[in-house]
Design a protein around this ligand. Structure first.
Ligand code: 13P
Ligand code: SF4
Length: 304
């Protein structure tokens, strides 16, 4: 029998998370995939996550349950144009968010996740380096604003987080009579991040909720994909945790790509059927692995 390991991101539905051996943020899942003693890794997430797992554990068969599970940060980035952009800054270090294709990673000097982006870019600036950042414009704008950096930014956004809106938030805050807090993922727009009490990765936000010790009746607004509200409410059923509002239309902040991981698709993948990540050549994987490993080496301290 093949050894099958199933990984799920926090943005998948609760029933999918319950089928997984490991639930986590992008960095945790990459590390788990790298170290997994498995013949088959089922990645209930999106394609760039499954590709990263394959790059880090090339001997395993990595299966994405649904071929359509992409990410808008990937689809909004034309790699030929990105290459020309990167070449127009020959004396800069190119830092790319992990939400990028393998080809994109191969054009990068460092890969970062929302967990370590702050520390890695601070480290590069401390070394006197000049930095360009891709693909997430919102994340890059927040770093420039927070730290006074001058990084040229690529311009793609997460179609889910980009919907959060300051005016809608102001209205929601005004309607609350108790204390209120906002926590946000750094893929959200800058005006929303400027208002946040905490900005961080999915695991970082979950940890903030777990350790919340202020007003017990406070309203806590969360600006991120709705899947993780399940984990937050499970961890702290005593708290009033709300999805942050968006500007118009439905109040739904589901990632359509994460939600393609249905029970049936994950079960099929566990039986060996689905999108096998078998299209990356050894040379493609080597080129993409170097900047990922630079990040993992730097991030060891998070797991020390
Ligand atoms: P995390 O690394 O914070 O889990 O984020 C992944 C992601 O896709 C957010 O939209
Ligand atoms: Fe991509 Fe946004 Fe979905 Fe994350 S939530 S996978 S960034 S589209």
């Amino acid at each position: 029998m093949p050894r099958v390991v199933t990984l799920a991101h926090y943005y998948t539905a609760p029933e999918i998370q319950q089928m997984a051996d490991k639930v986590g943020d992008s960095l945790e899942l990459s590390l788990f995939a790298r170290d997994a003693d498995a013949d088959i890794i089922v990645f209930a997430g999106v394609r760039f996550m499954a590709e990263t797992a394959k790059i880090l554990n090339p001997n395993a068969t990595v299966i994405l349950p649904d071929a359509g599970s992409t990410c808008s940060l990937v689809t909004q980035t034309d790699v030929t144009t990105l290459k020309a952009w990167r070449e127009s800054y020959p004396d800069h270090v190119h830092v790319s968010y992990i939400n990028s294709s393998a080809e994109h990673k191969a054009l990068s000097d460092w890969i970062v996740t929302s967990r370590n982006v702050d520390d890695i870019i601070a480290h590069l600036y401390a070394e006197g380096k000049k930095v360009i950042f891709s693909p997430d414009r919102n994340m890059g704008a927040y770093l420039n604003f927070q730290h006074g950096y001058d990084m040229p930014l690529w311009s793609a956004v997460c179609e889910v987080h980009d919907k959060f809106n300051q005016t809608a938030l102001d209205e929601a805050f005004a309607a609350v009579k108790t204390a209120k807090y906002l926590i946000a993922h750094p893929e959200s727009p800058l005006p929303v991040l400027q208002q946040a009490d905490y900005v961080g990765s999915t695991s970082g936000m979950l940890n903030w909720i777990k350790t919340f010790d202020k007003e017990p009746d406070a309203a806590i607004f969360v600006a991120t994909e709705d899947g993780i509200l399940y984990n937050m409410r499970l961890a702290r059923p005593d708290l009033n945790i709300e999805q942050a509002p968006i500007y118009a239309g439905c109040q739904c902040n589901s990632c359509p790509y994460m939600k393609m991981n249905t029970i049936e698709a994950v079960k099929r993948a566990q039986a060996g059927q689905g999108t096998v990540i078998d299209y990356l050549t050894p040379a493609d994987m080597d080129a993409a692995r170097a900047p990922i490993e630079r990040m993992l080496e730097f991030s060891k301290r998070y797991y020390a």
